[in-house]
Write a protein that binds this ligand. Structure first.
Ligand code: ADP
Length: 265
């Protein structure tokens, strides 16, 4: 009889513990929803005044009667507000793409012209810094089922980072392949590279490497978090190979749009 009493006591204790854990999970979910709601609300509220600040600054900057001090001040305010706008826009993208909903409006997107355009857009800024770019594209379309501007965002972030984190005289290679039901984008640079410790974190929101050379570049630490999230939304994934001082390779694999086969396959 004693043993039964003890067993019952234990069962009761673990039932209470289970109930408490259940409650904690609920509270954590509520907290996560609150955080996401807060981020979305604040970003939306910041967006409108920022747009007018940036707009008026552009007008002010054109004023021919400005003193040197005003010029310097306006330039600094412009840089600050542009950076703030970028953070706000990226936070909104991050919020809008929290899960796979919203992909209903998706259609086949051909990544071949997308990659060609983005490489072309980056070639000028790369050249200005003494960086050469090469591209290898498939002979035909590379269709992915998705949302065009989100897929463009993925390519633009990776190519932009490759140029940003490469020194003068360096090289960036962008390759797109379509085969075996998969579309693969590979972006390789011989830039500053990412240490093994940083590789564990670079896809986290707001994470920026403390490496002094990386920290010289301005950024929000949201780019790669967005890339990973957008790729996941499209049923794909991103991997990274890198060595500090040698360079980095980011590879995005996306399922090819069903029913459209790659040329030659
Ligand atoms: P941001 O560039 O705005 O800091 P990202 O999320 O795009 O944010 O990147 C996170 C960090 O990963 C960067 O701060 C940088 O340290 C590192 N990183 C990203 N891409 C590269 C790259 N191609 N080469 C070296 N470091 C990179």
């Amino acid at each position: 009889a004693l043993d039964i009493g003890r067993d019952l006591g234990r069962a009761l204790a673990s039932a209470r513990m289970f109930e408490r854990e259940h409650q904690l999970v609920g509270e954590l979910q509520e907290l996560a929803e609150y955080k996401s709601h807060l981020v979305a609300t604040v970003s939306h509220e910041l967006r409108t005044p920022l747009t007018s600040i940036v707009g008026y600054l552009e007008i002010l900057a054109e004023d021919p009667n400005l003193s040197d001090l005003s010029h310097t001040a306006i330039a600094a305010i412009r840089r600050g507000s542009t950076r703030l706008s970028r953070v706000v826009e990226e936070l909104l993208v991050l919020h809008r793409t929290a899960d796979a909903t919203g992909l209903d409006g998706a259609g086949p997107v051909d990544l071949t012209p997308v990659v060609a355009d983005i490489v072309e857009l980056n070639t000028g800024p790369a050249q200005a810094r003494g960086i050469t770019m090469t591209t290898t594209l498939p002979g035909g379309p590379a269709p992915v089922l998705g949302i065009a501007h989100e897929l463009e965002h993925v390519v633009a972030n990776l190519v932009g980072n490759a140029v940003k984190y490469t020194r003068g005289g360096g090289h960036v290679d962008v390759r797109l392949e379509a085969d075996d039901g998969e579309v693969v984008l590979t972006c390789t640079d011989d830039g500053i590279g990412i240490s093994a410790a940083d590789q564990q974190h670079v896809f986290e929101e707001f994470y920026r490497s403390a490496d002094p050379e990386a920290a010289q570049q301005s950024g929000t630490g949201l780019g790669l978090a967005i890339v990973r999230r957008l790729a996941a939304r499209h049923g794909g994934r991103v991997d990274l190979e890198s060595a500090l001082g040698t360079g980095s390779t980011f590879r995005v694999r996306l399922p090819a749009a069903a029913g459209v086969s790659a040329p030659g396959s």
